[in-house]
Design a protein around this ligand. Structure first.
Ligand SMILES: C[S@@+](CC[C@H](N)C(=O)[O-])C[C@H]1O[C@@H](n2cnc3c(N)ncnc32)[C@H](O)[C@@H]1O
Length: 487
């Protein structure tokens, strides 16, 4: 457990780390690749070699990156007393077996310095370990709706990384965790980074915030679908994906009208069901609009193998463990394990549920992507009739690009097809006919859809009614997918 030291001391501690060169850019340069030591990568010798010179930064790296105890007589005199005292007072450094041993990993990330447990704690099967900021935390942080929030909840805060990011646009952030060690760690990290508007509470799911309402809820819960619940930080403790379902069902009661809940999750796809079916049941009747962005699909066999590999390097028990996983999935008819991001927005009225598989590696401003996607659904709902839609002034979104595909032909390249493509967010694309592309170019926000369609119909070889119907159908589809907006 890390100790809650006064804010000025915590900030001084961070300055001392930074003064020694312990910051993101510097580390990458210093270590070659800023990867953590891993028996699988077999990078320990390289990291040891890189940190062999007797300097303050190398001693810090050996403690807080490589998780190595070091004899006091070898490294003690490298540090001023103030630094060592703060490391001891905070609990980051302890005396063990005659050496100075690290009690945490320190990760400089996105302008923060974050304490957590070291990945080696997994091998020691420490169920209450505090997860370090990892690709899932970063992924969710990138999608966080970054608009002024009166109150943000970070449920299952771990190291507190999502709260640190959310503090910048929230009046207050409440970070909760069932794990007391995570609670002390998140509290410590808020102080270390000089952030005063994070309140950290211990407790199960929404229990610590009963009666409170939020503009934003972020959660990266323990979502692994496993037969056991050995690890609080990653194993879904309920039947299959039950904890994620529970959060979806309970979250709306803690959201202000218009507030968002964003949760990463995995869910089981049961034999005979489409992947959407299970999530459809979770999301129906919640009083929220919902957008599910499905990522990876894994079959139970590859999933089991990966889970086992992630938690142990000792292969002696692999056969039993694998059998345990497969029995669990087979008995429940699990055909696949899906992962994705669920975004809900509380809104009175008829709610929409949009579920789709999305391309990997989205780019650009993903907060804006969430807000503009929900706004697109609002625009379509508010202009549900043909008459209303004809009155809006549509324009092609600035992120759209038109690509022409050509094939070699006599005398040069021959145009074959046209593709509309989004250049940021999820890179959806759509084929268009040349005439339709010209029509879209005329939608520049200066004229109504009705006016643009009228001009187009005069040139088209079809009845005005048919042109109107097809153009409106195309507009609806393009607005929903973010290719067009209202001026
Ligand atoms: C996958 S970790 C995420 C940590 C951090 N939010 C991040 O993104 O790096 C899940 C966290 O949820 C916490 N947790 C597990 N079960 C919980 C529960 N029932 N209520 C609240 N927190 C829980 C775990 O202790 C762990 O810190």
């Amino acid at each position: 457990m890390l100790n809650s030291i006064p804010m000025p001391d915590a900030q001084r501690l961070r300055e001392l780390f930074e003064g020694a060169g312990y910051c993101e850019a510097h580390l990458r340069k210093h270590l070659g690749a800023a990867e953590l030591p891993s028996p699988r990568l077999r990078n320990q010798p390289r990291l040891l070699d890189r940190t062999s010179a007797r300097t303050q930064l190398n001693a810090l790296l050996r403690w807080f990156w490589l998780a190595m105890p070091q004899p006091a007589e070898e490294v003690g005199d490298l540090f001023p007393d103030e630094f060592l005292n703060l490391l001891f007072e905070s609990g980051l450094l302890v005396r063990r077996d005659g050496a100075l041993a690290p009690a945490a990993m320190m990760l400089p990330i996105e302008g923060f310095l974050v304490a957590s447990d070291h990945p080696t704690a997994i091998q020691r099967k420490e169920g209450g370990m505090v997860l370090w900021p990892n690709p899932t935390s970063k992924f969710l942080a990138r999608f966080a709706v970054r608009r002024p929030s009166r109150a943000t909840l970070d449920l299952g805060t771990g190291s507190g990384i999502l709260s640190l990011g959310a503090a910048a646009f929230s009046d207050t952030v409440v970070a909760t965790d069932l794990n007391e060690r995570a609670v002390s760690c998140a509290r410590f990290n808020a102080r270390l980074n000089g952030i005063a508007n994070i309140e950290v509470l211990a407790g199960d799911c929404f229990a610590p915030v009963t009666g409170r309402l939020f503009d934003l809820i972020l959660s990266n819960p323990p979502f692994f679908i496993t037969p056991q619940s050995d690890f609080l930080f990653c194993d879904n403790p309920m039947e299959l994906d039950g904890l994620c379902r529970r959060l979806v069902k309970e979250a709306p009661a803690y959201l202000n009208e218009g507030g968002y809940m964003e949760m990463l999750c995995e869910w089981a796809q049961i034999k005979g069901q489409a992947w959407e079916e299970r999530l459809g049941e979770w999301l129906t009747g919640t009083g929220c609009d919902a957008w599910v962005m499905k990522g990876l699909t894994q079959d139970p066999e590859e999933y089991a193998q990966q889970r086992i590999r992630d938690i142990t390097y000792d292969a002696s028990n692999d056969a039993t463990a694998y059998q345990g996983y497969m029995d669990y999935y087979r008995r429940r008819g699990v055909e696949a394990i899906q992962d994705g991001l669920v975004v809900m927005r509380r809104r009175q009225g008829d709610n929409f549920i949009r579920m789709e598989e999305v391309p990997p590696t989205p780019t650009g401003n993903l907060s804006e992507l969430i807000l503009s996607t929900f706004a697109a659904h609002d625009l379509l709902r508010e202009n549900g009739s043909d008459e209303a839609l004809l009155g809006i002034r549509p324009r092609v979104a600035s992120t759209v690009r038109l690509e022409q595909i050509c094939r070699p032909g006599e005398g040069g390249w021959l145009p074959e097809s046209l593709v509309l493509r989004l250049s940021s967010g999820f890179r959806f694309h759509m084929d268009v006919q040349p005439l339709a592309a010209n029509f879209l170019a005329s939608c520049d926000g200066t004229r109504t859809a009705g006016e643009a369609i009228q001009v187009f119909a005069a040139k088209a070889d079809a009845s005005p009614e048919t042109v109107k119907r097809e153009c409106l159908g195309m507009l609806r589809k393009l607005i929903e997918r973010g290719f067009m907006t209202e001026a």
